[in-house]
Design a protein around this ligand. Structure first.
Ligand code: PHE
Length: 343
């Protein structure tokens, strides 16, 4: 019996020293297995108790129970301590610095050309116009013939384009959309038609083989040149500021009569003359006129009852003026350093 008691005390002492050096939860578990597990040291002693006499058994048993209780609570306490400090360490590592600047996610923005198209269309939508669209690959018939520009006519010279076949081409203007709308709609008509147009021009700081126009068309009874001037005046003020004036210069288009080119007072100098307007004080932005009676009747609209006006706005010109862009190529190269400025 005294052997067993000595063994128990020895196991307890070893345990007491070893528990001191436990630093991780894994150490603590190992210690539990080594001393209290099925094949553990204490279990070995308890097994040996079978050989004791009935008087000795409770004495050794009590000591064994005390040792076990001491070991269990020591391991539990140590484990608890370790878990707490491990958790603290983890929290410390994961500390969040709420004063750090946040991560920004790159987002795109609308292209300045399409922003300009939206802004221009918005003005006309406010005047009760609706939006119409037509194909970019167009029949010669709609792009030229129906607009009174027959094959071989000199008016085609300034609008050379890319031909798909003899009678199919990339449209040179948005004016064919007027024809398509007039063929399919009874007056009153009030539409704006934004879109891409093509001409075989070389690319330089003011020209591009692809550019954008917004065509406007109004057809109704009693529409006059005065209505055209009023609408364009409003467009100019809304987009370029209340002090913007417009100037009409006589011009010639095959499909309008009378025709004019329309200038706006320079957005950079307000009309005094500067580098942007090349000292003129005015910048040309659009062509316009009263729809030719021949175009109306060609689309099934009686020119004795109805009249109309049309205008074509150059989107690039307007966007460059509005945003102070001095080279048209910036609009097509899609350099993000350029585009970012229009967020
Ligand atoms: N389509 C003409 C051009 O591209 C502009 C225009 C449109 C003129 C409508 C008059 C009326 O030059």
């Amino acid at each position: 019996m005294s052997d067993l008691k000595a063994l128990l005390t020895q196991i307890r002492d070893t345990f007491r020293t070893e528990v001191q050096s436990v630093t991780t939860s894994a150490d603590a578990e190992n210690l539990r297995v080594r001393f209290l597990g099925k094949k553990g040291e204490l279990t070995g002693v308890l097994r040996g108790m079978g050989a004791l006499s009935p008087e000795e058994r409770p004495i050794v048993g009590q000591l064994a129970n005390e040792v076990r209780a001491e070991m269990e609570s020591a391991i539990d306490a140590t484990l608890q301590q370790i878990l707490t400090s491990e958790k603290e360490a983890k929290l410390k590592n994961q500390q969040i610095d709420v004063t750090l600047p946040g991560k920004s996610f790159p987002t795109g923005s609308r292209h300045p050309l399409y922003k300009a198209i939206d802004e221009i269309c918005e003005v006309f939508l406010g005047l009760g116009y609706s939006i119409a669209e037509g194909p970019e690959v167009e029949y010669d018939y709609y792009n030229f013939e129906k607009l009174r520009i027959p094959k071989g006519h000199p008016a085609r010279d300034t609008q050379d384009t890319f031909y798909i076949s003899e009678n199919i081409l990339l449209r040179t203007q948005t004016s064919p959309v007027q024809v398509r709308v007039m063929e399919n709609t009874k007056p009153p008509i009030k539409v704006v038609c934004p879109g891409k147009v093509y001409r075989s021009d070389a690319l330089d700081s003011t020209h591009s083989p692809i550019f954008h126009q917004i065509e406007g068309l109004v057809v109704d009874k009693g529409v006059t040149m005065g209505d055209l001037v009023g609408s364009l005046q409003l467009f100019a003020r809304k987009l370029f500021g209340e002090n913007t004036k417009i100037r009409l210069r006589p011009h010639h288009f095959q499909f309008t009569e009378p025709s004019c080119e329309v200038d706006l007072t320079c957005w950079a100098c307000g009309g005094k003359g500067c580098r942007v307007c090349k000292g003129e004080g005015w910048i040309e932005v659009l062509g316009a006129g009263m729809v030719h009676p021949g175009v109306l009747s060609g689309c099934g609209i009686d020119p004795d009852i109805y009249s109309g006006f049309a205008f074509g706005i150059g989107v690039e010109r307007s966007a460059m003026g509005r945003y102070g862009i001095d080279d048209i190529r910036n609009l097509y190269e899609n350099d993000v350093r350029f585009l970012r400025q229009f967020k």
